[in-house]
Structures are given as C-alpha cells and as structure tokens.
Design a protein around this ligand. Structure first.
Ligand SMILES: CC(C)(COP(=O)(O)OP(=O)(O)OC[C@H]1O[C@@H](n2cnc3c(N)ncnc32)[C@H](O)[C@@H]1OP(=O)(O)O)[C@@H](O)C(=O)NCCC(=O)NCCS
Length: 147
C-alpha cells in the first residue's frame, strides 16, 4: 500500500507546489505567492509527501478566530486515496490549536468532488456569490465549519 505523510509546507516544497498548481487551475498562484505563504505569520500551509514528492497541499490565512482556506489541491494521479481528506483534517487540527474556531472557503458550484469532500468534513453551505470566478465565469459556493 502506498503511504504518504502530511507535513508543514517548507520553502523547498514551493517549486513542486507551484508546478502542480499550474496543471490544475486556470489562474494558478505563482511560486512567489506560495513562498510568501510559507513565510507569512498568520498563514499555515501543509503538503502531502509520497516517495519524496509533493502530491497535494492546502493552507489557510488566519484572521482573528477565523481561518480562510485558500488552497486545496491534490495531484491528478494521487486523487481518491484520501489525500485531500488527510490534508484538511491536519489543517483543521492545526487551526484548532491555533485558536481558530471558524473555517471558511469558497468553491466553484460545479466542483462536485471538492464540495463532497468539504461536506464529508462537516462544512455547511452558507450561500452563493454570483460570478465570483473567472476563466471560466462561475458562481462560488461559500462554505464554513464552526468548531
Ligand atoms: C477536491 C480534491 C482536493 C479531492 O482530493 P482527493 O485526495 O481526491 O480526495 P479524497 O480521496 O480525500 O476524497 C475524500 C472525499 O471527497 C469526495 N471526492 C473526492 N473525489 C471525488 C470525485 N471525483 N467525485 C465525487 N466525490 C469525490 C468524496 O466524498 C470522498 O470521500 P470517499 O472517499 O469516502 O468517497 C481533488 O479532487 C483536487 O485536487 N481537485 C482539483 C483542485 C480542486 O478542485 N481544489 C478545490 C478548490 S476549492
């Protein structure tokens, strides 16, 4: 069985993360953005490592008692093996220890895989933000988890 570890994102992981990001998103975050996330005081990022390679990542930006989840992604060839769930469980556990009581995120309304994952973790639907995303234009579903 393949095994992966969830670890804090470090500067040396950022290049791989930015490469994965480019393969998944139409408007990818840059390498520089991820580097700034690693260095940011209230930004906490994690990645999944398997056989020495990054296979997924996620992170939040903390503001007061809230954690805004900004990135969640798993490399296409590593999906549906519990990596996304393990990453978010780690993020939530860390967030609790960091005194965050509300986790917030937005997701494209058509992103069934991600919405299903978030619901499985207890996130509730808060509402729709019309035309929030570009390339392609799409509504955002706002979701949150209160501890
Ligand atoms: C969404 C994403 C992170 C899920 O990662 P993953 O490692 O494949 O997810 P997991 O294996 O941990 O799955 C956990 C749950 O998510 C849901 N899920 C995952 N993939 C799914 C799919 N293709 N269709 C429907 N539900 C899915 C299921 O409820 C699953 O639970 P189950 O295994 O009991 O069925 C991954 O598909 C991805 O990187 N997508 C592209 C980037 C993206 O959309 N990010 C979110 C932006 S808001």
């Amino acid at each position: 069985m393949d095994v992966f570890d969830i670890v804090e994102l470090k500067p040396e992981h950022c290049k791989e993360v930015a490469e994965i990001e480019k393969t998944i998103f139409s408007l990818p975050w840059s390498l520089q953005s991820f580097r700034e996330c690693v260095e940011g005081e209230d930004k906490h990022y994690f990645c999944a490592i398997e056989n020495g390679e990054v296979i997924g990542y996620c992170g939040y930006w903390g503001v007061l008692d809230e954690a805004e989840i900004c990135n969640v992604a798993v490399r296409a060839d590593a999906r549906k093996r519990g990596v996304g769930k393990a990453l978010l469980n780690r993020l939530i556990e860390y967030g609790k220890s960091d005194k965050r009581t509300k986790f917030l995120l937005d997701v494209r309304v058509g992103n069934e895989a991600a919405i299903s994952l978030y619901k499985k973790l207890g996130f509730k639907e808060d509402g729709i933000r019309p035309n929030f995303y570009d390339e392609p234009k799409e509504d955002a579903l706002l979701m949150s988890l209160t501890i």
